[in-house]
Design a protein around this ligand. Structure first.
Ligand SMILES: [Zn+2]
Length: 283
């Protein structure tokens, strides 16, 4: 996908949170919004049970180690993955802001926060092993760009579009936060804990669908192979694939490979976010 180069004055980007991991996996990690958190946890050997219950919002943790003096330009040019993520963020902002305006819903840009090793987010402490995630409490997308090497080497999801898809999926959780879907799902889950997993899967599939809508609305920038890269990535991170079928469907939190591919495809082909209502609807 040929994304335009970011303009540092138009995106919200932060650094910091690098270095040592601030103590333990933190029960609140993930905020239930980690694309690949569970996967990464399984692949990289972190106990995923701390993340399966990640929907509880918990008290926001004090954000520390945030005193990065680096400019947006510096943060976004730290490495090629960072530049890609910044380019993706700007494209996502530009694609979604008008949609919110049309729908009459207040839009706010999320912040992309680069960290390495560990970070204290508004949703608790997280380590890189958690993979990229979105925290609704501070409306930030957290990425340790070293994850992209793992995505390529360990999960077999290659290509630039696979990486854009990761950012676009996390951005999908930001959309759910702004529209109220995230809150509605959270309260439905607390009212009926037995449906919590299924609702979580639907949230994840909707975020995949939104990622697809973003790509579909930027069809002119799509290059040959992008669609396949997205499908490979979506397939690689399905719960059934990751667990080798060891967990039952009640334990799935992100959907099967087939479900994730279908959701991404539905968004891409329609380029219409209303299509994503089929997964979760608030009103
Ligand atoms: Zn997610």
């Amino acid at each position: 996908m040929r994304l335009n180069r970011f303009d540092p004055s138009r995106i919200r980007v932060e650094g910091g949170g690098g270095g040592g991991f601030p103590g333990g996996m933190g029960g609140g990690v993930g905020c239930g919004s980690v694309v690949i958190a569970l996967i990464a946890a399984l692949v990289f050997g972190v106990d995923p049970s701390s993340m399966l219950g990640g929907m509880q919002s918990g008290a926001p943790t004090q954000v520390q180690g945030n005193g990065s003096q680096q400019s947006v330009e510096e943060l976004c040019t730290a490495n090629a993955y960072a530049t890609e993520a910044c380019n993706t963020l700007q494209s996502l902002d530009e694609t979604w802001a008008p949609e919110f305006q049309r729908a009459g819903i207040q839009f706010a840009q999320p912040t992309l926060k680069f960290y390495s090793g560990g970070v204290n987010s508004g949703c608790g402490a997280a380590s890189s092993a958690a993979g990229p995630f979105y925290c609704p409490a501070d409306q930030k997308i957290y990425i340790d760009t070293s994850f992209y090497d793992q995505l390529d080497r360990q999960l077999g999801a290659r290509g630039d579009f696979a990486r854009y898809y990761v950012v676009a999926h996390e951005y999908g959780h930001h959309i759910q936060t702004l529209t109220g879907v995230a809150d509605a799902v959270r309260s439905a889950q607390s009212q009926d804990p037995r449906s919590a997993n299924q609702l979580q899967v639907r949230m994840e599939l909707q975020a995949d669908c939104y990622a697809g809508v973003w790509a579909g609305k930027n069809r002119n920038l799509i290059e040959p192979g992008d669609f396949e890269e997205g499908m490979t990535a979506a397939s690689a991170i399905g719960d059934d694939r990751l667990t080798g079928g060891r967990v039952s469907s009640e334990n799935f939190t992100h959907g099967t490979s087939a479900q994730r591919m279908e959701a991404l495809r539905a968004g891409m082909e329609s380029a219409n976010d209303a299509v994503c209502d089929r997964y979760v609807q608030v009103r």
